[in-house]
Design a protein around this ligand. Structure first.
Ligand SMILES: [Zn+2]
Length: 79
């Protein structure tokens, strides 16, 4: 981990207007990356991306969340 950080620092030195913005940007990047990798992992394993149940084949949602989504879509169409 520390070797990776050292490499990152050596490669590119970003300049931020202040340390608060620096903190914000570095964390935002980390959070987005983590969120995406979690989603990808679940999708690959066939687990619903909204909970930890088994997803239906071909989609990223389980039976329950598929129904929730369908209900929501129906409501949106019919008003
Ligand atoms: Zn689910």
């Amino acid at each position: 981990m520390s070797t990776m950080l050292k490499k990152l620092f050596r490669r590119k030195k970003k300049i931020y207007p202040n340390r608060f913005l620096k903190h914000y940007y570095s964390n935002q990047k980390k959070v987005l990356k983590e969120r995406k990798s979690k989603y990808d992992n679940k999708r690959k394993k066939g687990i619903c991306v909204r909970c930890d149940r088994q997803a239906i084949k071909g989609i990223v949602l389980c039976e329950y969340h598929k129904k929730q989504r369908d209900k929501y879509n129906k409501k949106a169409r019919n008003g």
